[in-house]
Ligand binder design. Sequence first.
Ligand code: BGC
Length: 777
Amino acid sequence: MKDKIKSIISQMTLEEKVSLCSGKDFWHLKGIERLGIPKIMVTDGPHGLRKQSGEADHLGLNQSVRATCFPTAATTASGWDRENLFDMGKAIGEECVQEQVSVVLGPGTNIKRSPLCGRNFEYFSEDPFLAGEMSAAWINGVQSQGIGTSLKHFAANNQEKARLVSNSVVDERALREIYLTAFEIAVKQAQPWTLMCSYNRINNVYSCENQWLLNDVLRGEWGFQGLVMTDWGAMNERTKALEAGLELEMPSSGGYNDKKIVEAVREGKMKEAVLDRAVTRILTVILKAQEVKKKNYDKDQHHNLAQKIGAESIVLLKNDGMLPLNKDVSYAVIGAFAEKPRYQGAGSSKINPHRVEGALEALRNMGIKCEYAQGYELCSDEIRQEIIDEATECAAKADGAVIFAGLPDSYESEGFDRSHLDMPKNHNALIEAVAKVNPNVTVVLQCGSPVLMPWKDDVKGIVLSYLGGEAAGSASAKVLTGEVNPSGRLAETFPMSLEDTPCYNNFAKEAKDVEYRESILVGYRYYDWADIPVLYPFGYGLSYTDFSYEGMQVEWDDDSGTGSVKVTVSNKGKRAGSEVVQLYIGKECSSVMRAPKELKGFQKVFLNPQETKTVKLMLDKRSFSYYDIEEHGWTIEDGNYQLYVAASSRDMRLKADLKVKGKVIMRSPEYKVTDVVKNGRFSCSREQFKMLFEGEFPITPQMDKISLNSTVQEVLEKEAGRKSFQEMVDRFNKKFDGEDDLNIMMRAMLKDMPLRGLAMFGEAAMGDIEKKIKDMN
Ligand code: BGC
């Protein structure tokens, strides 16, 4: 292939080379007919295929072809099952083969820094090891079909608010240990064909023009072989990005940026070799994609797979003996979600499913005797007493009640963040009212991220189905009836309150700068470090059977930096089921700030009743390393480590101590709990946070003049700005004036959109926007 590409490049004009470096439209790369280079299609995922059938428009206002809607990443991560992720990726790859899509845009590998991020349903976990392992398995599955993936959004893109302009201010250690590690695992284990740069800046440098990130870390250290593309409309300075190793601008700037590259080469400001390098990487993907031959997939088989993965990812949070349901008694099935499930999130990942199964029908089909009551309206939060009364009447007559509740689309979406953790008041009121008339209540939650559960002690069962894909209904019915023994474990902490979250004071505020003051103390790392009680801990989940752990054996060789932990797990109950064996490692008395323990290994294991199996989890140098900012490298601190085999981050079953040879570090930890946790809340000052940085603190410099990066809000605050841009903004608002989730999302994004974004959405040519800016300044 190398020679073929060389020969093609030698026949290309400068303009042709440049033309390949941006999209033809929203979903295609350009081809060059005279050289036999085809245009290939890229399409959104990641929990299915969103291939638009009609004219391409960015956010799927045009319907997309039908595809299998698999459970979203928040759900699949709770399955802790690499094989399931591989199978799901493979199935999506097969759908790409049929639909002739060459690259599917996913997985979303960003860390859940706060439960408020509107897009958390599309991300895996608060833990980088788990997120990385899930991503790698999915990528390997898709790519096994000769279809590419796009690992996204690289990097430190952890909120939706102002996502096109925000500046993630993150210390080097947190970047490495938390925000980059998941990408690193995915790149090293799966070599995605492409990677998508995020919109935001990291420490003041746009991801897509970040030399350090793309050249030094991604390619230099991790050995990434593929091509890097922008998120849609993320391009800032084109030539800078090309130099930094960003090949493909998506969708395109209508020729504006292409011209800049041509000029830079012609004027000798950029070497043509830089362009050739980019074209080589783009052609490699195009030629690989050409090798795939169309073949149809079996949609029933994919539906069944979606159901299997959905069921095996459900987390049983509470069970005071009511579950599994009993076919000999009667139930009230309550809540509009029982008929019309919420099964996926809103935004660019929205799939047009083949069919959707509700739980009510599935429960009836499985022989559960039940009456239904709606309980609340789908499109409103209003408490309507008459519908609640209907539900309580229905519940009072039954032996038990199963309530389907959670978060509607309007609560969480790409494009904006949540501002609280509450469920709609009509859902909470319903649960409270039903629990008063029937002592046997189970709540099934359909939501993409953690919620508060003020009624937790009033119900007997809580089942978290997250967003379960098109077979969400039958998947939860299988768990409720016991046909599938629940084996999901939380991939994120459910906190007691929003104020308990470590970034409570520093998440998605009004300013562009987002200071990641909690540093490495994200998710359970923080709650354990500060000893904060939680609603449900990371790694937690119940089963209809019991597992026991015995015989932990640790092997470690300092010289080779390899080892393993072996443990014997037994199913002590009467039902078959799967356990997720988790390995955490900690180091008491460390010279650097550390979470008490971190996830370093896991394995899901299926056990028949009374069966015993030995599970082996591998150790390597990274299992014991932290990222040292003085060394700018991964370092093992010499000393004693604690290894825990656990059933959750707060349920340690076995412990072993291990002495590991490393470097003697003589420092004191950067933060002390007594300094940064006040009245149970994380509150670190900017001065304390600044100590984690070498050199200048990387916040957005003061800008007096309007630029392409000024936001619509900033511009409209000025009279001259209103004069120049109000009309364009009104046009945009009118274009997206619908009340469905996509339109709501677009309007939410507008205020914090940079002026260059208006060009991407087709409101004006970039050159015209630049001219208006010039006139204003
Ligand atoms: C999203 C990406 C998506 C792209 C194309 C962007 O707004 O952030 O995740 O792949 O649009 O739809």
